[in-house]
Design a protein around this ligand. Sequence first.
Ligand SMILES: [Zn+2]
Length: 441
Amino acid sequence: MRTLLHNAFVCTGLPNGFIKDGAILIQGSKIAWVGSCSALPPEAVTANRMDLGGRVVIPGLVNTHAHGGLSTHRGCCDDGDLFQWAAALASHTSSLTIEDNRRGCTLATLEMVRNGITTACDCTRYGAGVFASVASEIGMRSLSGALANSPELRLNGRPNWPLALQETKEAMNVHAGNGLCRFYLGGHSPYSCTPQLLIQIKREAEALDLPFVIHLAENRRENEMILEQHGKSSLAWLHSLGVLDRRAILAHCVWLDDDDMGMLATSGAGVAHNPASNAKLASGVAPVPALRRHGIPVGLGTDSTLSNNCLDLFQEMKFSVLLQRAVSLEGSIMGAADAFSMATIEGARVLGWDDDIGSLEAGKEADLVVLALDHPLGLTPERVLSDIVYRAGPQHVRSVMIAGRTVFDDGQFTLVDEAAARRAIHKHYQSLAVNKEVYDA
Ligand SMILES: [Zn+2]
């Protein structure tokens, strides 16, 4: 079946990729053609036509770092720096179950899709395949897995390795052939994993041909601890263990120096940048312009609803630019095009998924978001880009298509009953005598 979206302002996500009177031809899950309405290909004649009434179409947003399972406890812990915050959460880690994780992931995926996010890399401690299952039900694309840690270094909670490996293998079997679901193996951080564990995780990831995910250089204290223990920066320490390569996804990377960035660029690894979370947990501002100058792919991430507290990449796009300008006092250090690229094609590159998603091009998956943007002076590429990054939000998202299927349209999900799902979750927690607390992140 072919569908032609026409009468649209198409932003392909490529440099200068704006088509004012644009159209997109979709066949099955993929984009067959993108161009001007005045130059439709012959196959468009027999397609179902959908007139978008001049609305703006952008690539589905790519969330490179999330913890969906924590979404039931949004706002439970809003203060403290990373370690104070983590300690405040840690005493409650044993009380949440896999079902709690599933409820959190349900809330997270509903929020993400409503906000135009079509793909997310999700992290948990237990239940490596839960996010994939929930996301798949809603029609969303996911890169899911669990971050392992060494029990002797992270005392709370039960050990999660090799459990994470088993869970991941099971989830890969369950979702075999489902193009929406991919998986990774990961470690929580250099300070909560022994070198032996990190090497083992990476070896297993290579054997299964999976990406490797880790939190890195999030807080200055982390770098001090690793320097004390191993005589190296966090990044140099990971590099020396041989776990950094093109398949590595590093969340945060706030505290990197020039040498670190040179090493990182050579390794080919990508960075998941979480500007709001880093600011909220008093971690600092990642050196994004320098990272990108080094040619390191940088995507945007929301992190969890405990450290953010919303799963909204429009906010992250805006904040990523404003933060850099505020700390550098340079008004052109980053612009809207940089932020838009990080939220789309660069994010896809970080996840190793850019052959299929991240831009609107023939041959790629049809993951796209229709935005109701208007401008008193009319839509131009400059105004549309400016609106996407500095003004737009979830209130402008009219519909979301993932793999050629409309999963959200005019305020309604097409594959799940949002109201019923929310009702069941609220009812569950309200029925508990004692309000449950959260996993640590
Ligand atoms: Zn995280």
